[in-house]
Design a protein around this ligand. Structure first.
Ligand code: EPZ
Length: 426
């Protein structure tokens, strides 16, 4: 097991330049989409994070061959040799469900383990299944698996009951090879969904309404290979913007898409941070002495992203006054609160609301990460907590952040990764 040790201080501003990696939540559907063709798909600017290797393990089991060169991936599935996503893989990464739509479209069959819950709440896939059924798929649920088959998918009109990123992605991918036109309504509008559409269009898909709530897909008989550059990770970028604001630092972010981060930038400016777009694809954040409290409600894009909720909560512990964060997307995404309390934060949770009273000085402590964004939140808190903070169970962190401790070290943080085996031998 590995953990992270930080020697923090409220007087230690982070300064310097950081390059943001490609978006985890864009590369995962892009890799699943490569199932839709027997030709090579070449993806650049991929983040070398654990979830990428997990989905590549799954893709290999299905019959894909791939090669990674630096941050570039070439992947091809000439023949689907298996059509099963095992419980172990789905349990390790819920986004494995993204192979369901492409497998049905390409291969007519799929067996995918039902993704149970996870640390941030129940993670049903009913909206994925209802949509795919409307396209003509049949499902049997038994022994914790979905056994799906579809002789031929036929286009139709599908309206999502609620916005779902993965559900929208699965249906778009399935519809690209369905007969006739599919109209998807109430689609998720996250930039990662739009990036998937751009990739599919390059592969020969006929898609109108990219980035909109209604997307029209005209099915084609087959898709081809292509090359595609993965968009920057807006959540990693948001995490570093918060780090700059929190430590009253001055950080220059390269390889970002500010147009994907308008709400994050708006909320940080309101809190007092100075954020400038320096030149194309870069941002500069300068923290302010005084941090203003504010209320945040997470909502589907273009609203405030749930994946930034935990990170923002740390900033609000240093604001002068009371802030209320309402989490509307997941039913249990406050597990990081208990860990922040150990560091001295003053937070109360009432249902879907967390009430944060600031400004509270934090002091270093041993903590445990529960999920990906909670890990990032604990690192941010450790940067300004006085003394040593230890974060256990950092495998969560590695799922979605590429070398975050090295990037923070370059900005002046006293942070290191320690393996418990070495530590115990001392
Ligand atoms: C994607 O998850 C992201 N993951 C999540 O990022 C992100 O938090 C989430 O979208 C919301 O933005 C990837 O893209 C790989 P949803 P996804 O389907 O697709 C409910 C991170 O930290 N729902 O938009 O699983 C669901 O329970 C991760 O990078 C149903 O009820 O999210 C949730 O309450 C965490 N039925 C809400 O909708 C369904 O069939 C939004 O889920 C599907 C979802």
């Amino acid at each position: 097991m590995e953990k992270i040790r930080i020697i923090g201080s409220p007087e230690k501003p982070l300064r310097g330049k950081v390059t943001i990696s490609g978006a985890k939540n864009a590369v995962l559907p892009a890799i699943a989409a490569s199932l839709l063709t027997r030709e090579k798909v070449h993806l650049t600017n991929i983040p070398l994070v654990k979830d990428v290797f997990t989905i590549l393990t799954l893709m290999s089991e299905l019959g894909a061959e791939y090669e990674i060169n630096g941050n570039s991936l070439t992947i091809v599935t000439r023949d689907v040799i298996r059509h099963e996503a095992s419980y172990q893989l789905v349990r390790a990464m819920r986004a494995s469900i993204l192979v369901l739509g492409p497998l049905l479209a390409r291969h007519g069959q799929a067996v995918v383990a039902l993704p149970g819950g996870c640390a941030i709440g129940s993670r049903p896939i009913d909206l994925h299944l209802h949509g795919l059924e409307k396209l003509g798929a049949n499902f049997i649920l038994e022994h914790g698996y979905i056994k799906a088959e579809a002789k031929k998918l036929r286009g139709t009109v599908i309206e999502f009951e609620k916005k779902t990123v993965g559900g929208t992605e699965n249906l778009i991918m399935a519809a690209t090879l369905a007969e006739g036109e599919t109209i998807l309504k109430n689609c998720a509008q996250e930039p990662e969904v739009a990036d998937l559409c751009e990739l599919l269009i390059k592969m020969g898909a006929k898609i109108d309404g990219v980035g909109e709530e209604t997307i029209r897909i005209k099915g084609v008989s087959e898709l081809g290979g292509t090359s595609h550059d993965i968009i920057p990770d807006r959540i990693e970028a948001g995490t570093f913007l918060v780090a700059g604001a929190l430590t009253r630092g001055d950080i220059h972010l390269d390889q970002v898409r500010p147009d994907h981060m308008t709400t994050i930038i708006e909320k940080l400016r309101y809190s007092g941070a100075k954020i400038e777009e320096k030149e194309e694809g870069s941002l500069r954040v300068q923290g302010s002495e005084e941090i203003k409290p504010q209320d945040i409600v997470t909502s589907p894009y273009p609203g405030f992203p749930t994946d930034m909720q935990a990170q923002f909560m740390v900033l609000m512990t240093q604001a002068n006054g009371t802030s209320i964060i309402t989490e509307t997307i997941f039913d249990r995404r406050f597990l990081h609160v208990n860990e922040l309390l150990r560091l001295g934060a003053n937070i109360e949770v009432h249902g879907d609301k967390a009430i944060i009273k600031g400004k509270t000085p934090l002091s270093g402590a041993e903590t445990t990460a529960t999920d990906l964004r909670a890990s990032a939140c604990l690192i941010l808190a450790g940067l300004i907590a006085k003394g040593e903070t230890i974060i256990n169970d950092i495998e969560h962190l590695d799922r979605g952040y590429e070398r975050i401790e090295e990037k923070l070290k370059q900005l002046g943080a006293s942070i290191e990764r320690i393996s418990t085996e070495k530590e115990n031998k001392k």
